[in-house]
Design a protein around this ligand. Structure first.
Ligand code: 9D3
Length: 246
């Protein structure tokens, strides 16, 4: 997959995309990341990327011309199929695992990073860009959102994650929160690992993990329970948890 990022802060890339799974994917040529400085697509003496909002109001708005020229240059350099153009924005569709999976099958993404109060509306219109948000909180700009998106999508590329099992597990993830994990030592600062995990009783361990995953999902993310695909055993555990009997 090729990913082009357009930003006024090119120096913050690759940042976390240089290490771990994403760093290896780039070394192996699975992910070809290219970063463009938006100011290189300005024509005025001050290399302006923002201007005051029509209609008035606080703050500055990003000008349309540099983004459109940047995407035209990126498209011209790639004779393949037209890229999916994404624009980071608090007004965007929420990035989810399903959205990451859909993007992971595209051969070429262009990610435009917004800053200031936002980007002139005509950029999304003219480029057919899809606006993407990473959550309902205020960030100062879209660069970290772009990195989050690239990390979520990049680890799904074939060959990016060495261990095939963790990729297979992905297709089951998202329904419930994970159960608690422990490693050695068996006791640390007076806190013991739950006895059942040391017992070697694989079916008891499986049931304990199912119960704990349901318990914390019910407590922390109750809205996820309504959407979760649960088997008969999970529904029975849930009934017990709701009765307060476990
Ligand atoms: C919706 C908030 N706006 C109300 C006037 C102001 C505003 C806040 C933050 C305008 C722009 C920004 C910059 N944020 C991003 O560019 C951004 C973002 C975010 O703030 N939260 C979650 N995801 C994203 S993706 C890009």
């Amino acid at each position: 997959m090729r990913v082009d990022v357009v930003t006024i802060f090119p120096e913050v890339f690759p940042g976390p995309l240089a290490v771990g799974v994403l760093g290896r994917a780039r070394e192996r040529g699975i992910l070809d990341l290219r970063v463009w400085d938006l100011r290189d697509f300005t024509a005025d003496r001050h290399r302006s990327v923002d201007d005051i909002p029509y209609g008035g109001g606080a703050g500055m708005v990003m000008k349309p011309e540099p983004f459109v020229l940047a995407v035209e240059a990126i498209r011209a350099a790639d004779p393949g199929a037209p890229p999916a153009v994404l624009l980071t924005s608090p007004q965007g569709r929420l990035l989810t695992q399903a959205q990451a999976r859909a993007l992971a099958v595209r051969p070429h993404l262009v990610v435009l990073c917004g800053r200031y109060e936002g980007v002139d509306e005509r950029v999304a219109e003219l480029l057919g860009a899809e606006e993407i948000s990473i959550g309902d909180y205020v960030l100062p700009g879209g660069e970290v959102a772009a990195m989050v998106l690239i990390e979520a999508v990049g680890r799904l590329l074939p060959g990016a994650v060495g261990d095939a099992e963790s990729v297979a597990r992905d297709s089951f993830s998202g329904d419930l929160l994970d159960y608690p994990q422990y490693t050695r030592p068996a006791e640390f600062r007076g806190r013991a690992v739950p006895e059942v995990l040391l017992s070697g009783h694989h079916d008891a361990i499986r049931r304990w993990r199912a119960r704990e995953a349901l318990r914390r999902t019910l407590l922390r993310r109750p809205e996820m329970i309504d959407e979760a695909r649960l088997d008969d055993e999970a529904r029975e555990i849930l009934r017990q948890l709701r009765q307060g009997s476990a």
